[in-house]
Ligand binder design. Structure first.
Ligand code: TXA
Ligand code: MG
Length: 328
């Protein structure tokens, strides 16, 4: 099949209220017509996603993105011009005609323009925005290949557009522009260092420690950043100190899969397995979800992640957050 045929089929599916999985630079999304409440409900149902967790709306360009928001502040325009298409999601006051289930009944809407040619073509041809939560069952690891998505759903339920492996590998940075201070609700590859020069002011990070709100901490504004998430079926253990690794492996009480970075590579024999992780943060992020899925599919008793030593960048922080939640 040609790509044009694929896109036409996908557009038809969206127009009929169906669900299309689409590639982005971050992770694959589960797309549906953002103006069609029933189609959006189908996405929630397929994912088993709690109704109180709002969806990101995906647009083909800034102009289309503006149609979902009530007003477009100068800083939104500056960010859009600098980072779109790209891994940045903006939270803004929502326009009245966006179905309530898209925003979980809230007054704000999250929107971004993803950086993937196939998907920009898809949304452009469809002519209006689509919702796009990550294409995994709620709580499981996000998909970074078409195969990851296809593993979860029947072709009748979800038409998968194959755009190759995702180049970034972790979800977009979610930036809330509704309060006084621009606030990062979810970390991604873009952080304060990239955003502040464009905003001309400081940004804050919301407290999104694992279970922050559940543990009695301050409630967070983005429901999706609390609680367990990105979790394999297999329990995950994070190891900072490798000196007692043999004991840690023995303690697992059965076969383990080890993920280790360069310089901290661990050689293990049967019945264990090892997956080598890249040393650079960008490469680590790109491989992370595929590695966790691969490890999970082996069905060990535990996945042991030997943490990288150098973690001084935004991408490492974002990776760390995913790993913490995979292990929570
Ligand atoms: O990279 C991404 O953002 C991917 C790709 C497919 O674009 N999408 C994605 O969607 O990660 P999802 O649904 O897995 O995560 C969306 C996150 C959740 O944490 C959700 O709570 C938050 O965005 N969110 C959505 N709408 C929001 C809103 N109005 N206010 C605050 N947070 C919002
Ligand atoms: Mg998700």
């Amino acid at each position: 099949m040609s790509q044009a045929t694929d896109i036409q089929q996908a557009v038809d599916r969206l127009a009929a209220g169906g669900v299309v999985a689409f590639p982005t630079e971050t992770v694959y999304g589960l797309g549906a017509d953002a103006q069609n409440a029933e189609a959006v409900a189908r996405v929630f149902a397929l994912k088993g996603r709690p109704a109180e967790n709002p969806l990101i709306v995906h647009a083909a360009d800034q102009k289309m993105a503006q149609t979902v928001s009530d007003g477009w502040p100068v800083i939104a325009a500056a960010l859009a011009e600098t980072f779109w298409p790209g891994p940045l999601t903006l939270v803004l006051p929502k326009r009245g005609d966006i179905p309530d289930n898209v925003t979980a009944g809230g007054p704000t809407v999250a929107v971004r323009v993803p950086d993937h040619g196939l998907t920009l073509e898809l949304i452009g041809a469809f002519g209006r925005p689509i919702v796009g939560p990550s294409g995994n069952p709620s709580g499981y690891i996000s998909p970074t290949t078409a195969g990851h998505v296809s593993a979860h759903w029947a072709a009748d339920d979800v038409l998968v557009l194959d755009g190759g492996p995702c180049t970034r590998g972790i979800e977009s940075t979610v930036l809330d522009l509704c309060g006084g201070v621009p606030t990062i609700l979810r970390r991604g590859v873009l952080g304060a260092e990239e955003l502040e020069p464009v905003l001309g002011r400081g940004v804050e990070y919301a407290h999104s420690e694992i279970g922050g709100a559940e543990r009695g901490g301050a409630p967070v504004a983005s429901p999706g950043v609390i609680g367990s998430h990105y979790q394999p079926r297999t329990p995950v253990r994070l190891i900072e100190d490798v000196s007692s690794l043999s004991r840690d492996i023995a303690e697992a009480g059965g076969p383990v899969v080890l993920l280790s970075p360069p310089g901290r590579r661990v050689r293990v024999g049967v019945p264990h397995a090892a997956i080598d992780m890249p040393g650079l943060a960008s490469g680590y992020a790109r491989k992370l979800y595929a590695a966790l899925r691969q490890a999970d599919d082996i069905e060990p008793v535990q996945i042991i992640v030997v943490m990288p030593l150098l973690q001084d960048s935004e991408i490492w922080e974002a990776v760390r957050e995913r790993l913490r939640r995979a292990a929570s």
